[in-house]
Design a protein around this ligand. Structure first.
Ligand code: ACM
Length: 256
C-alpha cells in the first residue's frame, strides 16, 4: 500500500479499505510506518504523527482484526511518553496486541526514533510462532538467526524499502538459511524524492518465492502455507541447520 506522510486519517482509511477488501486470511501484514508515512520534514512532524499503542491507529487494527477474524501486523510510528519508536504491532482477533521496536534504524530515522529496546521476541499466534523485523533489520543475519533459534515459523517484515532489489534478493536467502517463512510487506510511492521499491514478497522455508506484488501499485496477495514446515531444519539425515552450529567458534565482536 501507499501511506502518505502527514495524512493520519487518510492512512487509516487506506488500511481499512485494504483489510476489508482482502481475501479471507488468518494473517495480513501491512508496511512499515503505515500510520504516518516515512519521510518526515522535521522532528516536530514525526512527534505529531507518532501515536501511542492505545491511539486511533491500533484501535482501528483491533476493530479490523475482530471484524475479519484475523491477525494483523503493521508498522507504526509509536510514541511512548516523549520517546518515538519505529515499531510493529501484532494484533490478534481477540484484541490482544504484541509489540516490536525496530533495532536497526536506517539513515535519517536516527533523527526521529530511538533504537528498539524490546529485543527480538517471538509471539504465539494460534499454532504458529511469529517473529517481527522492520525493513532495514533485514541486513542483519544475526536477527534472523535469533528469531530462528527462538522458534519462529514466520517472520513478518513491514517495510519501506528504498534500495532497489537488494532486500528482494537477500530475503529468500535468509528464509532458506533459517527455514522460515517471510512476509515482506513493502510500501509503494514516492515521498519528497524518495522512491519506495514495492514488490512485496512472501517466501517459503526453502527460499521459494510464493507471491510477489507489483512495484508501483497496491495489491493484497494471500497464500496458503503450512507453518510447521518451518520446524524441519534438517539438511541431510546427519545435518541440522541449528543443531550443527558451532557457536563456540563464532564471534559477535568486531576486531579493529
Ligand atoms: C528502511 O529501513 N526503511 C529503509
Amino acid at each position: 500500500m501507499e501511506p502518505r506522510v502527514g495524512e493520519s486519517e487518510a492512512n487509516r482509511e487506506r488500511v481499512r479499505t485494504a483489510v476489508l477488501a482482502a481475501p479471507e486470511a488468518d494473517l495480513l501484514v501491512l508496511p512499515e510506518l503505515a500510520n504516518s508515512g516515512y519521510h518526515f520534514e522535521s522532528q516536530g512532524q514525526s512527534a505529531q504523527l507518532a501515536e501511542p499503542v492505545d491511539g486511533p491507529f491500533v484501535a482501528l487494527l483491533r476493530e479490523l482484526a475482530r471484524a475479519r477474524n484475523l491477525t494483523l501486523v503493521s508498522g507504526l510510528a509509536e510514541r511512548d511518553g516523549s520517546t518515538l519508536y519505529n515499531s510493529a504491532v501484532l494484533v490478534r482477533p481477540d484484541g490482544s496486541i504484541e509489540l516490536y521496536r525496530k533495532l536497526h534504524l536506517f539513515l535519517n530515522e536516527k533523527d526521529h526514533f530511538a533504537p528498539g529496546n524490546l529485543g527480538l521476541p517471538v509471539f504465539q499466534v494460534g499454532a504458529a510462532r511469529i517473529g517481527l523485523l522492520i525493513c532495514f533489520d533485514w541486513q542483519f543475519p544475526e536477527a534472523w538467526r535469533t528469531l530462528a533459534l527462538r522458534g519462529a515459523d514466520i517472520v513478518c517484515h513491514p517495510s519501506n524499502l528504498v534500495l532497489p532489489g537488494l532486500a528482494q534478493r537477500a530475503i529468500p536467502v535468509h528464509a532458506l538459511l533459517n527455514r522460515l517463512y517471510v512476509v515482506t510487506a513493502n510500501r509503494i510511492g514516492t515521498e519528497s524524492g524518495l522512491t519506495f521499491t514495492g514488490r512485496s514478497i512472501l517466501v517459503g522455508p526453502r527460499g521459494e518465492l510464493l507471491a510477489e506484488a507489483p512495484e508501483t501499485s497496491e495489491e493484497t496477495r494471500v497464500v496458503e502455507i503450512d507453518p510447521f514446515l518451518a520446524r524441519d531444519k534438517s539438511v541431510t539425515p546427519r545435518n541440522d541447520l541449528l543443531d550443527d552450529r558451532r557457536p563456540e567458534h563464532y564471534d559477535c565482536g568486531r576486531e579493529s
